[in-house]
Design a protein around this ligand. Structure first.
Ligand code: HEM
Length: 388
């Protein structure tokens, strides 16, 4: 999409697309201004879009989550789980994440013979297991849980009939919702030291969350954090592989360098390329008037390549500093899971660079995911040599 972004930043940086009945915003300053939303003129709730139709009672749980709510409810919802996602709390998870990563890689490398698919081996399973652990999903339910998230999160694989896929997705969503409701009820009776308990006990009369909000929160944490982290890991391997002199091997010893290289991946190949907003009143941006109730797409992936903000914006510069990318968004909806995603990516790449070298990606053969909002590949076959 990057050539299209570049053209739009010059030719039509804020434009209305009559086919999608949506505005598109491409430049860094404009995107950041809309996300910062200092005077509260933009909403994240699709309910404010002209012509929005309320989904049936038992669907559309995400509408009542922090992601799609404005203040004051946004802040109240976010405060329920804020502490659990603080950098300090997340840092304590490192040993556990390292063990998990190590186990998954042992298993994958054992039968690999110099070739494997990084998505199957680690980039997909790790984030699901980590969030299931954090929530407190019992081990024996993990497979069931993973199957539902596969269906809900992974999107339609090519070849699946779209209609039956939508039905499958709806059903998996309902099964998972039933499951979460049971678990939440269980935690109300038997509190444990897990996120489900935090969410369950913040619920109820006089409490902070309605049943629907509690359920939405569980679904959001699962959905927001999984495939995004998968793509951060695989996009990183692609960036490192394509970099002059194969960055993959030279990063093997540098923790600090790895951290800043991952930030650059979040700029250069951001897993989330776009977010939506709705003006609550008429707003002027870049000389155009966005009307109340219009849909607005802010292109993070374009802002991240804006030459007005980043020197050599179209080059991957692993040590770039400062690097004020918008890969995790900006403002009050700034990604709650950013510290966790960074940690997972760091641990996985650190372990990978330790264990394998001379990594090669057959870039030309990759299948991009079929979404304009998510940037990544369906699978990432690599060839490599074992290090130790
Ligand atoms: C919000 C990206 C991982 C949970 C966001 C937003 C972005 C984003 C761009 C802003 C949405 C907006 O402004 O409308 C990413 C990327 C990730 C990632 C690129 C991985 C590389 C995670 C993880 C979790 C998570 C691991 C949790 C387990 C959330 C939540 C929000 C959010 C709950 C909503 C925050 C709010 O509305 O206040 N994420 N995310 N994300 N993310 Fe992430």
């Amino acid at each position: 999409p990057f050539e299209w972004y570049a053209e739009m930043r010059e030719r039509a940086p804020v434009r209305y697309d009559p086919d999608r009945r949506t505005w598109d915003v491409f430049r860094y300053d404009h995107v950041k201004e809309i996300l910062a939303n200092d005077d509260g003129r933009f909403s994240t709730s699709p309910r404010n879009i002209d012509g929005f139709e309320e989904p049936p009672e038992d669907e559309g749980f995400l509408l009542d989550t922090m992601l799609l709510q404005d203040p004051p409810r946004h802040d109240e919802l976010r405060s329920v789980v804020d502490d659990a996602f603080e950098p300090r709390a997340i840092r304590e998870l490192e040993p556990r994440i390292r063990t998990l990563t190590s186990e998954l890689l042992d298993e994958a490398l054992a039968g690999a013979d110099g070739e494997l698919d990084l998505v199957d081996a680690i980039a997909y399973p790790l984030p699901v297991i980590v969030i299931a652990d954090l929530l407190g999903i019992p081990r024996e339910d993990r497979d069931r849980f993973k199957r539902w998230s596969d269906t809900i999160v992974r999107g339609a694989d090519s070849g699946v009939d779209p209609e039956s896929f939508v039905e499958e997705q709806r059903q998996a969503g309902q099964e998972m919702a039933m499951y979460f409701l049971q678990q939440l009820e269980d935690r109300r009776q038997n509190p444990k030291d897990d996120l489900l308990t935090t969410i369950a006990t913040a619920e109820g009369e006089g409490g902070k969350l309605s049943h629907r909000e509690a359920l939405g929160m569980c679904m959001l944490l699962l959905i927001a954090g999984n495939i995004t982290t998968t793509h951060l890991i695989t996009n990183a391997v692609r960036c490192f592989d394509a970099h002059d002199g194969d960055l993959f091997d030279s990063l093997a010893d540098g923790a600090r360098e790895l951290t800043s290289a991952i930030e650059e991946v979040l700029r250069y190949r951001a897993p989330v390329q776009a977010m939506t907003r709705v003006p609550l009143e008429d707003v002027e941006i870049g000389g155009e008037t966005l009307e109340a109730g219009d849909g607005v797409v802010v292109w993070l992936g374009s802002a991240n390549r804006d030459e007005r903000q980043f020197a050599n914006a179209d080059s991957f510069v692993p040590g770039r500093s400062p690097n004020s990318h918008l890969g995790f968004g900006h403002g009050r909806h700034y990604c709650l899971g950013a510290p966790l995603a960074r940690l997972e990516a760091n641990v996985v790449l650190d372990e990978l660079t330790d264990r394998i070298s001379a990594v090669e990606v057959a870039d030309a053969d990759l299948t991009p995911v079929r979404s304009s909002f998510i940037y990544g590949v369906e699978s990432l076959p690599i060839r490599f040599e074992n290090s130790a």
